[in-house]
Design a binder for this molecule. Structure first.
Ligand SMILES: [Zn+2]
Length: 60
C-alpha cells in the first residue's frame, strides 16, 4: 500500500493517526479519513487506500 502524502483529512480536517488507513481521491487530489470516505463514496468513485506513516510529509 502506498504511503499517505497528507496527514490531515480533506473533509473534517482531523489529523490522521500513524498506521491509520485513509483514502486518497484522485478527482479531488485530497486524502480523507474512513468516516468521510463513507460519506463521500456516493459522489466520488475512484479511491485509493493509503497508509499513514509516522512523520509523513504534509504535502498532497
Ligand atoms: Zn474526515
Amino acid at each position: 500500500m502506498k504511503k499517505a502524502l497528507s496527514n490531515m483529512c480533506g473533509e473534517c480536517e482531523r489529523d490522521f493517526r500513524p498506521g491509520e488507513i485513509v483514502y486518497y481521491a484522485w478527482i479531488e487530489n485530497r486524502t480523507f479519513c474512513g468516516k468521510c470516505q463513507v460519506k463521500l463514496a456516493p459522489v466520488i468513485k475512484d479511491w485509493e487506500p493509503r497508509l499513514v506513516k509516522k512523520g509523513g510529509e504534509s504535502i498532497g
